[in-house]
Write a protein that binds this ligand. Sequence first.
Ligand SMILES: *[C@@H]1O[C@H](CO)[C@@H](O)[C@H](O)[C@H]1NC(C)=O
Ligand SMILES: *[C@@H]1O[C@H](CO)[C@@H](O)[C@H](O)[C@H]1NC(C)=O
Length: 212
Amino acid sequence: MNIENTVFILCLFIATTTQEEKTGTPKWGEWSQWTKCSVTCGNGIKERIAYKINSYGHMTNESLLDHGFCFDQQYCPVDGGWTFWFPWSVCSKMCGGGTQFRTRACKNPEPRAGGKHCVGLSQESQDCNKDPCPTIPPDFDVRTCALESMFMCESKIHCVNKTLTCDKTLNCNDGSDEKNCRFVINDIFYMGSKLCVLITIINIFMYLKLRR
Ligand SMILES: *[C@@H]1O[C@H](CO)[C@@H](O)[C@H](O)[C@H]1NC(C)=O
Ligand SMILES: *[C@@H]1O[C@H](CO)[C@@H](O)[C@H](O)[C@H]1NC(C)=O
């Protein structure tokens, strides 16, 4: 007997008994709840059962099994995927060769149910601001640093005129005159701190969104 025949006979049986149900005695009891799907990922089978009620109204052990198709993907393996790269961090140095890095997360989607983890690195770095820092002029006199109009560099061995800070040109021997007013993100220079704050908020927001 091949499968097609079996299915045909089963259907015929159900059809007959359904007919019997309509005519009254003996009756079939209520269908049970469907069982859980036979698989947790993909197409499966679910079952329910009904027992025959005899002419005295008692449940007999004669039962009828009904099959249904079900689809469950709750535990299907999901391979991980990378998020986009977050923007490059601010370069560690303003001049003389620094490093910056960027990260991405394996959360788009997150691997689950045995799915593969993302392939590749979650962090990468690159050299940045490779141009040499300005040197201290040979005739530099450290006493000028005491003047009101002068800006002390972070190195504490060099100072420049205050009007030169945040002028988009490095003047300090360590680049610190531009450090707090210039932000490098994805190789683009941004001036001012407001934009920096905004970008930080957006990044935090996106990070939190991806964590969920
Ligand atoms: C139902 O019960 C009768 C009598 O107790 C028994 O002979 C028969 O094998 C049972 N049938 C099934 C399907 O369990
Ligand atoms: C700093 O620059 C201002 C304006 O350019 C100038 O008037 C002042 O003399 C400079 N100070 C020094 C110490 O060079």
